[in-house]
Design a protein around this ligand. Structure first.
Ligand SMILES: Cc1cc2nc3c(=O)[nH]c(=O)nc-3n(C[C@H](O)[C@H](O)[C@H](O)COP(=O)(O)OP(=O)(O)OC[C@H]3O[C@@H](n4cnc5c(N)ncnc54)[C@H](O)[C@@H]3O)c2cc1C
Length: 415
């Protein structure tokens, strides 16, 4: 059986950054990736806008990934492609069952990094009535068809949901000669980044219908049309507002969910607010030696922060000493959708703790306060906070004597 210090599951930007950081800290490292190439979701994101924070450049997804895959060369990092981790057991060390063309193999690891990304919500999860014709795709699937497989999945489509992937695909389909009849969003505010609303919809005269949804699909073999309707504030369709639109595809951009099957099998606890594994400031979950990063932890808006969390996880997986940890707990108030990390390890260096969060609602001028056992650690002012934009702050807890079960509160107030 092959044995490694750190095994990273997933070769997307989180996994790549994590493996490079683990190797820099002396760990014999393996990346396991189920696809035939490294890069994760970036491989199909041929638009630009990646790396603005990290490289101060506007890179395409594949260019951003290349910055990391090029760095792998000459490093003591093994890579196993077309290999899928189905199971992990902990018995002192970790034992991973890996399925590949060679069969099933077991690999041993001292620490494991879960960098498995996220999956898209599907039609089933948004309860649309009607038949089950071909022509209903998630935006990521449509993106893969157009950008990787070279197929055009639609001539005239409707997009449900204003998530970033849907917005990017609205522009892509238009550039490829298709017609996007409209983007329908049940919420009263868009889910995607403001820059994507402008650059992908308004610049191409694609209408955005807020407080509206798709209630029904028509067609037997292939989709022939959809029914759209206005919704009330509880997102219930308003009778009498229904309208039929003839189209050959419905593209769904209705949210992403962290991919957590392996974490669940390891009994890692998850956070119902972030929908990902809970972790401490070193990205370690509550199962010692299991680390999490990137979209597997929470859905990020910028890949730069995905890489950052990968680096934190990889470094700390390499330094993992097997000792039991004592924790302080991070509690976001109800104005926040979620906060990562959810715990602080008292024996770790918490002088540069990166905290990621999202606001639950669109807010104007706001002040975010971090308090440890009632004492203010930091305050930051924001001109506005919007749920689609993930925020990041760095806190120094070194001069705050945190004890076991201390509470770190994160609150948002007007100001
Ligand atoms: C369509 C789209 C557009 C985006 N646009 C932008 C943008 O303009 N700018 C920007 O900064 N960010 C953008 N992002 C965000 C950014 O690309 C993602 O946040 C980032 O790719 C997530 O990285 P990750 O490594 O966590 O996950 P992924 O990139 O999804 O990588 C996870 C990898 O894990 C592998 N895997 C999963 N389970 C297993 C298993 N059991 N065994 C083996 N391998 C496994 C998968 O095959 C995959 O390769 C976009 C994202 C999407 C989806």
């Amino acid at each position: 059986m092959k044995s490694y210090d750190v095994v990273v599951i997933g070769g997307g930007p989180a996994g790549l950054a994590s493996a490079l950081a683990a190797e820099r800290h002396g760990a014999e490292t393996l990346i396991i990736e189920r696809e035939n190439a490294l890069g994760g979701i970036l491989k199909q994101c041929i638009h630009d806008g990646f790396g603005l924070v990290r490289f101060k450049e506007k890179l395409s997804g594949p260019e951003y990934a290349e910055r990391f895959t090029e760095e792998l060369e000459g490093k003591k990092i093994d890579v196993k492609l077309l290999s899928f981790v189905t199971e992990i057991r902990k018995n002192g060390k970790f034992y991973l069952s890996v399925v590949s063309r060679e069969g099933i193999e077991e690999i041993e690891a001292k620490a494991v990094v879960l960098a498995t990304g996220c999956r898209e919500r599907t039609a089933k999860q948004v309860s649309i009535h009607g038949t089950r014709p071909a022509g209903v795709f998630t935006a990521g699937t449509a993106q893969r068809y157009v950008n990787i497989e070279g197929f055009m999945p639609t001539k005239r489509c409707v997009i449900l949901g204003s998530g970033d992937i849907g917005l990017i695909m609205a522009r892509r389909i238009t550039l490829e000669g298709g017609v996007v009849l409209g983007v329908y969003e049940a919420k009263s505010t868009p889910s995607g980044l403001t820059r994507n609303i402008h650059q992908c919809l308004y610049d191409y005269d694609i209408p955005l219908h807020l407080s509206s949804t798709v209630t029904r699909v028509f067609g037997e073999g292939r989709l022939e049309g959809v029914e759209v309707a206005k919704v009330d504030e509880k997102m219930r369709p308003l009778p009498g507002t229904e309208e039929r639109i003839d189209c050959d595809a419905l593209i769904l951009s209705v949210g992403l969910i962290p991919e957590n099957e392996l974490a669940e099998k390891l009994s890692v606890s998850s956070d119902p607010r972030s929908k990902g594994a809970t972790c401490d400031g070193q990205m370690m979950t509550d199962v010692g030696g299991v680390f999490t990063c990137g979209n597997a932890t929470h859905v990020n808006d910028l890949v730069d922060y995905v890489s950052e969390s990968g680096e934190i996880a990889g470094k700390n997986a390499a330094l993992y000493d097997g000792k039991n940890a004592k924790y302080a707990f991070v509690r976001p108030d109800d104005n926040l959708l979620y906060v990562v990390p959810q715990r602080l390890n008292l024996s770790a260096d918490n002088s540069e703790t990166v905290i990621y969060f999202r606001s639950k609602e669109v807010r104007g001028k706001s002040v975010v306060t971090v308090k440890a056992d009632g004492k203010t650690v930091l305050q930051k002012k924001y001109p506005f906070l919007r749920p689609p934009e993930m925020e990041r702050i760095k806190a120094d807890f070194s001069s705050f004597p945190l004890k076991e079960n201390s509470v770190v509160e994160i609150t948002v107030e007007e100001g």
